[in-house]
Design a protein around this ligand. Structure first.
Ligand SMILES: C[S@@+](CC[C@H](N)C(=O)[O-])C[C@H]1O[C@@H](n2cnc3c(N)ncnc32)[C@H](O)[C@@H]1O
Length: 270
């Protein structure tokens, strides 16, 4: 029920990627946020919480369907971007704050719906994160948690991880298990946290890029572990990146890419 404490359990990596994430990842991840909002079926007067909200991928979409949306993330730069984006969209019902999803600063029973989209999966203590989500929900309120299926189900990402591991054999790329990557794990963890009527809906969307260089360039800017590594390696990263692009192009071609990214939505009631 926990993810080994690695660099993604700290805000630094997420602060580093935040600006490019908001531009390049949000449009892709909004597809999953819309799935989550569909399964949650919010009432117009709903009070919503987005845990590990990033730059507000779900927050901003939810604000069009709910009375009030609160968002929390431990990366200050993500929250600053969320606030900018909410202001630019003219949304007056969004409130964001910096904080840890494992220790939510909200009273019991404050929300009708709580989401954590590809965020809880990074918590060192997921059981604690889930029990906090349940605590702040009103009885009968809905929780939706999203996770990625293992890389073995996403061929382009699996190849990317393989190429990284080949170039940097001493680093743990692609070796860790996908947190909540199996249906049974999502059911078991949400049930153990006290949610009822727990079910899982698999969803899949494609990550589109006009060519492989654009796809890899975006990964170099937005994949948090890669960005950390680039920062650490400095100029030594450039040839590594070039070889990874060559490896991916030789396997999938240099032209347009459409990489499937299968995910799971865990849905439960407080
Ligand atoms: C992959 S991003 C997902 C962001 C957003 N939910 C989305 O769907 O685009 C993961 C987010 O989880 C946040 N995060 C990771 N661990 C956290 C924690 N313990 N408490 C709060 N936020 C956390 C990161 O700062 C990052 O913004």
């Amino acid at each position: 029920m926990s993810t080994p404490r690695g660099p993604l359990a700290e805000p630094l990596a997420w602060n580093l990627v935040s600006r490019d994430y908001a531009h390049e990842v949000v449009p892709q991840f909004e597809k999953y946020a819309l799935d989550a909002l569909r399964v949650a079926d919010l009432r117009p007067d709903a009070r919503v919480l987005d845990v590990a909200a990033g730059p507000g991928t779900l927050t901003l979409l939810a604000a069009n369907h709910a009375r009030r949306v609160e968002a929390i993330d431990f990366a200050g730069d993500m929250i600053a971007l969320l606030e900018q984006r909410a202001r630019a969209a003219g949304l007056g019902n969004v409130k964001a704050q910096v904080g840890d999803g494992q220790e939510l600063p909200y009273a019991d029973g404050s929300f009708d719906a709580v989401f954590s989209m590809f965020g809880l999966i990074f918590f060192p203590d997921r059981a604690r994160g889930l029990s906090e989500m349940k605590r702040v929900l009103t009885p009968g309120g809905v929780a939706v948690v999203s996770s990625w299926r293992p890389f073995s189900e996403a061929p382009l990402l699996e190849a990317l991880m393989g190429a990284l591991a080949e170039q940097l054999p001493d680093l743990p790329f692609g070796k860790s298990k996908a947190p909540m990557g199996e249906v049974g794990e999502v059911l078991a963890e949400m049930t153990a946290a006290g949610f009822r009527d727990v079910r899982v809906e698999p969803v899949v969307h494609a990550m589109e890029a006009p060519d492989m260089a654009t796809f890899w360039g975006s990964m170099e800017r937005t994949m948090a572990p890669v960005v950390l590594l680039r920062q650490k390696m400095g100029d030594a990263w450039t040839p590594v990146g070039t070889r990874i692009l060559a490896s991916l192009s030789s396997r999938f071609g240099a032209g347009p890419q459409s990489g499937l990214m299968p995910a799971l939505l865990g849905i439960g009631r407080a």
